[in-house]
Ligand binder design. Sequence first.
Ligand SMILES: *Cc1c(COP(=O)(O)O)cnc(C)c1O
Length: 371
Amino acid sequence: MPISKPPAGAPAVVSTLTVDLDAIAGNYRLLRERAAPAGCAAVVKADGYGLGAGPVARRLWREGCRTFFVASLEEAAALRAVLPDADIVALNGLLPGEAKTYREHRLLPTLNDLGQIDDWAAFCRDGDPLPACVHIDTGMSRLGLSRRERAELVSDPHRLSGFDCRYVLSHLACADTPDHPLNLQQQSLFAETIAALPTMPASLAASSGIFLGADWHFDLVRAGIALYGGAPTAGADNPMANVVRLDGVVLQVRDVDSPETVGYGATHRFAGPARVATVAAGYADGYLRSLSGRGAAYWGKTALPLIGRVSMDLITLDATAAPGLTAGDTVELIGPHHDINVLAEDADTIPYEILTSLGRRYRRRYEGLDA
Ligand SMILES: *Cc1c(COP(=O)(O)O)cnc(C)c1O
């Protein structure tokens, strides 16, 4: 994946996104220890949750991760170019015409209904039994074999014998809420289903499920958001390290006085003398518009409240508390003082959306790329 660079010879006055690959590796080790003796796979769909599937996957491979999940066949084929020897699973399913590409790149499809199971078995009939995962729905009603199909498969498990079934998997709906009754219901239904099928490795938990306990681990967990610093359990302390730092460049600092207003819609009116810092990040960069009047940035340890609306390319901060701040300085928009979980709360969303929205205009830097 290309890392964007400033034009040769030009000073780098641009907001910068720094991804700490060593922190991702540390999070991976923590999750792997929590999940042991189950294995720990990495989920790097949506370009590694927006942080760059290539650098993230390479770093995790170096850390010992051998199984990677992505959403689409396209993502899987792109990852194959980065990781020649990993097991790469695409979750979206085996769609018409895709089987040859799966075989060509040695990728594992996730078979999401009986038709896909039979199609993969038929495709394997004239050659080697190729690997795949089978997804059993236990409460998401999204992808995977439905209740009726699950019963049909249990009564005719021979349908799995035409290929190499590496994992049977399912996905939890409410794992970030440990007390939710669906967690135990899905766990029981999954355990019951795999007991009725030929013996094969099983995988249920994603990031949050790892923290529900050993009964949810089975043979392989699939860690996504927690690798990238997302809090696995709602309302509990976050054991994951922060991975992302976004430093926004201050383009201008101005003194204002009442009755001036700031930004579109004149939503913020000054009550007295103040300083405004204008920073190069906006909703076109994934700095969500729902942060209007709600976000904050940090100048060292000093919080600078976001005032007015987020516009396409710019945000405005109340910099009254930062008298030394000048144009060309940077402020922390995401980082140790204001991580993706806090920002997500400010924006009324989840850290997954914060990360996958991060824009392409930021200069991207990776720490820990080569060891
Ligand atoms: C996205 C996804 C994961 C990873 O989920 P996180 O909550 O990010 O850990 C695991 N399994 C499936 C099926 C997914 O779609």
